[in-house]
Design a protein. Sequence first.
Length: 299
Amino acid sequence: MRDHLRRVRFGRVLTAALVTGFALLVPAGAASADDPSSSATPSEDSGPTEAGTTFRTATPLQQEQRGTAQASAGDYLYWVFPADAGQRPTVRATVTLPTETARQGGSTWQIDVYDGLRRRQACMYGHQTVKAAADAATVRLDCVLRTVRAWSEPWANDPLAGSYYVRLTVLDLKETDLGLPVGAELEVTSTDSGGAYDVDGMLAEPLVPGVSAVSGPAPVDGGASATTSDGGETPDDGSDRPRVTLGAEPDDGWSSGWWTDRWLWTAAGGVLAALAGVFGYSLTRGSGRRPGPGAGPGI
């Protein structure tokens, strides 16, 4: 009877442990990973107040910052931000259009995102191309990228850790509206996709263009870098190589997020395996008592 009660109590403990382990195994962010509205709220940190006009002059922008720029309709505006493995970036842009009386018609705006190798990255969902009516005051665009991976096959077009360029431009605009002043605002947030997207490989270096250019020999006489005609910088070492904008680096460094929910999977699996082993042993070991000499059979 005591063995039966002991087994019942242990079964209840095991059931509670299984429920707890299952709760640990389910990633907390699984439900919100595919929801664009679940992105982290951007902070109020002041970001850059200008934008580049080419890839080489793209303005660095950290995640959770808000970049602004004043430009003319028809300009190409470029920003560059860092994205590390396991992140799913969301890019949001807002264009403030001229007054209705100054415009002659509608317009179509688009944002494109390129990785460090200048490969265009497709948006999972969002409003990447938006048409603005002639009386619209603002245009809002957004693009949710795929989860950044730590490693990929050379032939694949998977997003990898490194710099990401954002290009904002107008696709369709009446010729009479070219050159009108517009305001642009850009912000980048990201969600952590968790260990479900972890892979066994890892890049030796993030895809940040221009590393070889800036890692060349230092100036001999402490000379400063000169600005080239295309907005880049030429190192004062006798060469004509332009320096490419490196973009921003994450505040805590590249691939610094060593903690993933795979640790929870491993720990919970080990606990469940240990409990299952103890429970199986308690079922097979018997009562542990032997009947004394002359004892009759139990009833």
